[in-house]
Design a protein around this ligand. Structure first.
Ligand SMILES: Nc1nc2c(c(=O)[nH]1)N[C@H]1C(S)=C(S)[C@@H](COP(=O)(O)O)O[C@H]1N2
Ligand SMILES: [Mo]
Length: 206
């Protein structure tokens, strides 16, 4: 925690009515090392009743999972370090969520499926991972951070976590996964960042 954290709880900083100001405050007083990022300047609102995670595209069984469906899947936990490509790092983040192999098993990808396109409720943020990357041991769809349900600034109710890649691969406010034959470029890749965002080995640092 930073010394400012006690004075500026996230719930007050990130009032829905002040997201522009919130971004400013978050940049000046980062909480616990995090910078809160949005591309649109606003944060989607998670509604527990209406939120769905769609799994679509090259699958035998297209799915629409509710939040409760997601929580009922086998739970995985991990502690991993988070790296943003701009240089900040948060050590030892405790994540809980679901491994992609379990989500994929439910939807039964077709043989030609090679990658997953992740779509945020925050448009037009998308990114993708190959199936091979998404099913690595420390990759998950996280719904808890540091033993609490994911907060709105951090992407409630679920975000992609892949510790060995830079943070831009970790789509927040996830609402849709599309199985595709080849990996589409995402929001930051379209602006020149590497598709394979390995920490220390991409975006010119390799
Ligand atoms: N929807 C959405 N997801 C996003 C982003 C974003 O702007 N919008 N920024 C990405 C980047 S570059 C980083 S480093 C992390 C930051 O996570 P945080 O906002 O929880 O600190 O979210 C990633 N996921
Ligand atoms: Mo980032």
């Amino acid at each position: 925690m930073t010394s400012f954290a006690w004075a500026l709880p996230a719930s007050r900083i990130f009032s829905p009515l002040t997201s522009g100001l919130s971004q400013l405050v978050a940049d000046v007083f980062p909480v616990g090392g995090w910078r809160i990022y949005t591309i649109s300047g606003s944060m989607p609102v998670f509604d527990r009743k209406s939120w769905r995670l769609e799994i679509a595209g090259l699958v035998r069984k297209p799915l629409s999972l509710s939040y409760d469906d997601l929580l009922s899947l086998p739970r995985a936990e991990q502690i991993s370090t988070f790296h943003c490509v701009t240089g900040w790092t948060v050590k030892d983040v405790h994540w809980a969520g679901v491994r992609f192999k379990h989500l994929l098993a439910l939807s039964e990808p077709l043989p030609e499926a090679r990658a997953i396109r992740f779509v945020s409720l925050e448009q037009p943020y998308t990114d993708s991972l190959t199936l091979q990357q998404a099913t690595q041991g420390d990759v998950m769809l996280a719904y808890e951070m540091d033993a609490k349900p994911l907060t709105r600034p951090h992407g409630s109710p679920a975000r992609v976590v892949i510790p060995e890649m830079y943070g831009y691969k970790g789509v927040k406010w996830l609402t849709r996964m599309e199985l595709v034959a080849s990996e589409p470029t995402g929001y930051w890749e379209n602006l020149g960042y590497d598709q394979n965002a390995w920490v220390g080995r991409s975006n010119g640092y390799g």
